[in-house]
Write a protein that binds this ligand. Structure first.
Ligand code: SAM
Ligand code: FES
Length: 348
């Protein structure tokens, strides 16, 4: 590694920012990874110690009106058996999750018109009433400002909406013409202004991604300062237009996790299921690169295979309790511990 790269990492650790050209330089230097992860772990340890936060993911619907080119549950994939969970089924997942020690529930799904504000507010309200010590995170895609406000008023604490790419031209190559980068950014701004803890993020190795677009992603994260940031490798799904594209790599994902930790030391950063899918120890390696959150699946076993965003997704055959125990063990093995905690963002 050159003196110059060492100096960039030193500056990033101290000042939490670089220029876009410098980010691009760092990303394209794989030898920087060990020093980046060492610094990232130090930064994370200073704020969160050895605690790893956990969120119970409930995949409430695989019905979607959108046609994102990368996504296995896009509307034009006719091979998917579609499902949506009832409020009772969602509450039963939360009930089980609570018993397993989850204090955050993430409800994620396609943009399914069934989940109107009234329906979703009812579910959020019921979860908050039953589990007042828990946080509710929504990841239900693009909605109006008024809708986000109503869901917030009903008790939703956090919202995950990956920006997917901070480059408008790249965004247009990943999405159908009716979806717009401007609206995506409008959503993120509205969520922030309403008072949610907001999560953005992107896929590593998505088609047409370049060091330049990744540098734009990092600059966006540096300026937007999301409370959460979801990044994981792009993995092809055979029935999408990107079915024959290569997956994002472990090395690049780990490096980006470390850089994001250094840009924003207190960010809540998951080691994603996609990372666990491209490598058997992907989630452990993600934590060792600077992540501090894991999101095991709480969805009913019967529907898990149907929420297939990409090929070979892991944990689709396991019971929720098995997933929790498995992650508990994996974290202990690397010297960390899963905590029973809402796992809120810490302001420093
Ligand atoms: N509909 C909501 C939304 O758009 O935010 C939530 C569901 S969407 C499937 C959640 C995330 O899955 C997307 O933001 C995308 O980054 C990720 N995803 C979709 N297809 C993927 C793929 N083939 N590989 C990796 N991640 C993928
Ligand atoms: Fe809607 Fe993927 S296209 S969730």
């Amino acid at each position: 590694m050159t003196e110059r790269i060492i100096a960039l990492i030193e500056r990033l650790s101290a000042e939490h920012r670089l220029s876009e050209a410098e980010y691009a330089e760092l990303i394209t230097c794989p030898e920087a990874a060990p020093m980046l992860s060492e610094r990232a772990v130090d930064a994370r340890r200073a704020i969160y110690g050895d605690a790893v936060y956990t969120r119970g993911l409930i995949e409430i619907s695989n019905i979607c009106k959108n046609d994102c080119l990368y996504c296995g549950i896009r509307r034009s994939n006719g091979d998917v058996a579609r499902y949506r969970l009832s409020p009772e089924e969602i509450l039963a997942c939360a009930e089980e999750g609570y018993g397993l020690g989850f204090r955050t529930f993430v409800m994620q799904g396609g943009e399914d018109a069934h989940f109107t504000d009234d329906v979703l507010c009812g579910i959020v309200g019921a979860i908050k009433a039953r589990f007042p010590d828990c946080a509710v995170t929504l990841s239900m895609g693009e909605r109006s400002r008024d809708s986000y406000q109503r869901l917030f008023d009903a008790g939703a604490d956090r919202y995950l909406l990956r920006h997917e790419t901070a480059d408008a031209a790249h965004y247009a190559r990943l999405h159908p013409p009716e979806m717009s980068f401007t609206n995506r950014m409008r959503c993120l701004r509205d969520l922030r202004e309403i008072g949610y803890q907001v999560g953005c993020g992107f896929m590593v190795g998505s088609p047409f991604q370049t060091p330049g677009t990744l540098a734009e992603d990092l600059k966006f994260i540096e300026t937007f300062k999301p409370e959460m940031c979801g990044i994981g490798p792009f993995i092809p799904h055979h029935a999408t237009p990107f079915g024959d594209r290569p997956a994002g790599t472990l090395g690049q994902t780990l490096m980006l996790l470390s850089i994001i930790r250094l840009i924003h030391p207190s960010v809540l950063l998951p080691a994603t299921t996609a990372l666990g899918t491209i490598h058997p120890r992907g989630r452990e390696l993600g934590i060792l690169a600077g992540a501090n959150v894991v999101m095991p699946n709480l969805s009913p076993t019967g529907v898990r295979k149907q929420y297939e965003l990409y090929d070979n997704k892991i944990c689709t055959g396991d019971e929720s309790a098995q997933c929790r125990q498995c992650l508990d063990r994996r974290m202990r093995d690397i010297g960390y511990r899963l905590v029973v905690d809402r796992g809120d963002f810490k302001t420093i």
